[in-house]
Design a protein around this ligand. Structure first.
Ligand code: SF4
Ligand code: SF4
Length: 311
């Protein structure tokens, strides 16, 4: 991805009317690019830090207009379908394949947007937020584009818009710290305390995550809520949950939000030409969530379950 000037950055979605990612009604802004590769990720189109095509064979008539239009020969035909070499798309700024397709079989995941255009879209939602709402940066990992994240947060904060971010925490501290003055609220994801299990399931160690969590808990004056995706077979056992509770308490914080993992992102892997490689875990039930919450409440941590949150 070409590094944008300070006037904009790469998104892959904007969604209004969220009531699960911060107080009140919120506009979610999805920044593209993530340093982690979590097996259960439901936004795989947000992982690679550049625009890329999503291809839906069920809408494709195989007229090959996209193949002819592509200036880099990134598209080939195989088994009555198209293969797209997305490593070539990394440097493409033409959108030629999508512009050529009449059926919508190819559409783009990720686009560059200027700060001015983004702020216009943000302002459009303002009337729906109510007294407590605002914006939440998510992704992907928002702080992987630190200057863009800071520019959005600063502009909104100075415009009296409530600002929130959800971060995986696995980025240099400087990427986070430069935005802290413009943030009201942070959701900080914790997946596992065991570094080996963490690396196996997310592709990265948790050294940075735990270090940043501690520093943030100490330095951030706003509200910091740890978030745990509950993944059966990965972190739903007694030992894993107890270690997570112990870590949260050690930071001095006393709130956690447990989110059940789900399979809703599965179809997107097909559109990206990737296999859905996580094992088919059972989606946690309300009972499973409640059971998990007990490890935190018994430790004195206030636990919010799923979207059942008093935000
Ligand atoms: S995004 Fe660009 S390089 Fe990739 S298939 Fe489309 S036109 Fe070709
Ligand atoms: S232009 Fe669209 S419909 Fe035609 S081959 Fe390409 S993806 Fe399929």
């Amino acid at each position: 991805m070409g590094t944008p000037q300070l006037t904009g950055g790469y998104l892959f979605d904007i969604q209004g009317f969220s009531i699960h990612d911060g107080p009140g009604c919120r506009t979610l802004i999805f920044l593209k690019g993530c340093p982690m590769r979590c097996e259960w990720c439901s936004n795989p189109e947000g992982i690679r830090p550049f625009s890329e095509p999503l291809y839906n064979p069920s809408k494709c008539t195989m007229d090959l207009l996209c193949k002819e239009a592509c200036p880099y020969e990134a598209i080939t035909v195989a088994d009555q379908s198209l293969l797209i070499n997305r490593d070539i798309c990394r440097t493409c700024s033409t959108n030629a394949c999508m512009d050529a397709c009449f059926t919508g079989a190819i559409r783009k995941a990720g686009y560059f947007i200027t700060m001015a255009d983004l702020f216009k879209k943000i302002q459009r939602d303002r009337q729906y937020w109510g007294a407590n709402g605002g914006i939440t940066l998510t992704g992907g990992e928002p702080f992987l584009q630190p200057d863009f994240a800071k520019a959005i947060l600063k502009k909104c904060f100075e415009s009296f818009i409530h600002t929130s971010v959800e971060t995986c925490g696995n980025i240099p501290w400087g990427n986070i710290s430069q935005s802290l003055d413009w943030l009201d609220w942070i959701f900080f994801d914790l997946k596992h305390i065991n570094p080996v299990k963490h690396k196996k399931a997310t592709g990265t160690t948790n050294n940075n995550v735990l270090k940043n969590a501690r520093v943030l808990a100490e330095k951030f004056p706003g509200r910091l809520i740890f978030r745990i995706p509950l993944i059966p077979g990965f972190n739903d056992d007694e030992n894993s949950l107890s270690e997570l509770a112990e870590f949260i308490l050690s930071t001095g914080k006393e709130e956690v939000n447990i989110i059940p993992a789900h399979h809703m992102g599965r179809e997107k892997y097909n559109l990206l030409g990737q296999s859905y490689y996580t094992k088919e875990f059972k989606i946690p039930s309300a009972d499973d969530l409640f059971k998990a919450s007990q490890y935190f409440t018994k430790a004195g941590i206030t636990c919010y379950l799923g979207s059942d949150t008093p935000f």
